[in-house]
Design a protein around this ligand. Structure first.
Ligand code: MLT
Ligand code: MN
Ligand code: ZN
Length: 295
């Protein structure tokens, strides 16, 4: 299985357009590597590619990946479709950019499919296939030698949804498998809690791409007591006794990589103490454009 990290930042990217914090200033000045919003491409045969989430930066991300270039016919594309972990704007606003692309399929839970922005408008250009995946259900085959299962992680709906179903499968992990080789990838860029189910998912893959939005719970400020959980917006922080990094110590044989980094995350500076600690723990943070080969 080939895995392309097209983008590795949280909503807003890095630097974020309206942020003049020291990290964003340094990125804007070219002194720290910038990151586009999280998006991954996977393939089993190098001919058919599937996107995991469709970021608003998709146009630039596709241009930067020769594997995803169109051809040989004038309108041929190796892109077969998009799998979504959730319906958040930073994971779905790339879909309208693909409008008019014939034969594309979008797969996600029915809750997420029902909330995709501009879905009806997209179908007016060229009807797509919208395939509902059941959390915990059977593996769904993807053209090109891969399969997917979806695993519910949370029920936090995007802000733009009116009166969302509180019990909906709003946030999931995607497990991409390659039956021919036994390779497996876990993609989970959003989770608010480390659960036994998530632990088992990480244990069962070669490589896990995980929510690295915030290094610490108070990264967005701690002015209001008790507001911590809300301020970290449903994202479990990396550090601290209950953070994701301590849970990841249980899985030394899995390749563990953080993605979906917020522009406030000190890890964005490779020279930071936090980055040194991460390396010592055997967990990675990779630049946009990195290709991984599994197993
Ligand atoms: C999130 O990751 O929590 C969402 O993308 C937040 C947002 O963009 O509103
Ligand atoms: Mn996000
Ligand atoms: Zn910033």
């Amino acid at each position: 299985m080939r895995v392309l990290l097209l983008g590795t930042a949280a909503g807003g990217g890095f630097p974020q357009w309206n942020c003049a914090c020291p990290l964003c200033r340094r990125a804007r000045a070219g002194r720290l590597p910038g990151r586009t919003q999280d998006c991954v491409a996977v393939s089993g045969d190098s001919r058919s590619w599937w996107l995991l989430n469709a970021s608003p930066d998709l146009g630039a991300q596709l241009l930067a990946a020769p594997e995803l270039a169109p051809g040989p016919g004038p309108r041929d594309t190796p892109l077969r479709g998009v799998l979504l972990t959730d319906a958040e704007a930073d994971h779905t606003l790339g879909l309208p950019l693909l409008r008019g692309g014939p034969g594309l399929e979008v797969l996600a839970t029915s809750t997420v499919l029902g909330a995709v922005p501009l879905r009806d408008a997209i179908d007016r250009y060229t009807p797509w296939r919208w395939t509902a995946l059941v959390p915990g259900g059977a593996a769904h085959e993807l053209v090109g030698g891969l399969s997917v299962t979806v695993h519910q992680l949370g029920s936090k709906a995007p802000k733009f949804v009116d009166s969302p179903a509180t019990d909906g499968s709003w946030v999931s992990a995607l497990r991409i498998a390659e039956p021919a080789t036994g390779a497996a990838l876990l993609y989970a860029p959003c989770f608010g809690r480390w659960t036994p189910a998530l632990d088992a998912l990480v244990a069962g893959v070669d490589c896990a791409l995980l929510d690295g939005t915030f290094l610490s719970a108070d990264e967005l400020g701690t002015r209001a007591p008790g507001a911590r959980a809300q301020r970290s917006m449903g994202h479990l922080p990396i550090s601290g006794p209950d953070g994701s990094l301590s849970a990841l110590a249980r899985h030394p044989r899995v390749r563990r990589i953080y993605t979906h980094l917020n522009n406030t995350n000190p890890l964005l500076d490779p020279a930071s103490a936090a980055h040194t600690e991460l390396k010592a723990a055997g967990v990675e943070l990779l630049p946009d454009g990195t290709e991984l080969a599994l197993p």
